[in-house]
Design a binder for this molecule. Structure first.
Ligand code: ZN
Length: 134
């Protein structure tokens, strides 16, 4: 149980170290323009324009693409990596938390063998805070 708690603490520390992030992926594209005499239309050795970079992601069910300037590609790739790491850590936290939760349920709140003690189920008494209206 202690080991699991320590594992969660480590995950939290790693999560706290994550700064910029974005979901999605960076892709590279080459385009063809509208000019018929352009090098991108060359019948033998067409040389398309680019590369152009874009960030594509799906958020709340909507797919979006954003143009990324070449000098920003390294930064955006880093943000994408951070997001992947974030998701991985969250999944790891959930797995570990579930393990810990199962373990706690099996080790705590065991009923008294004599049956005389009042089983409070390990739940703290509810204290109602009085709040003034308005
Ligand atoms: Zn062209």
């Amino acid at each position: 149980m202690k080991l699991l708690q320590e594992k969660i603490d480590r995950i939290k520390q790693q999560l706290a170290a994550i700064d910029d992030m974005t979901p999605g992926s960076v892709s590279k594209q080459y385009n063809v323009c509208g000019s018929p005499s352009c090098r991108c239309k060359d019948p033998v050795h067409p040389k398309k324009h680019g590369p152009y970079y874009q960030l594509s992601y799906t958020r709340k069910g909507r797919s979006t693409s954003r143009f990324v300037k070449k000098y920003q590609v390294a930064l955006v790739r880093r943000q994408v990596r951070n997001y992947a790491r974030f998701r991985k850590l969250i999944e790891l936290w959930i797995d570990t938390a579930m393990e810990l939760a199962t373990l706690r349920r099996s080790t705590s709140c065991s009923p008294s063998p004599k049956g005389t003690a009042v089983d409070r189920g390990g739940v703290a008494p509810v204290v109602k805070k009085s709040r003034r209206p308005g």
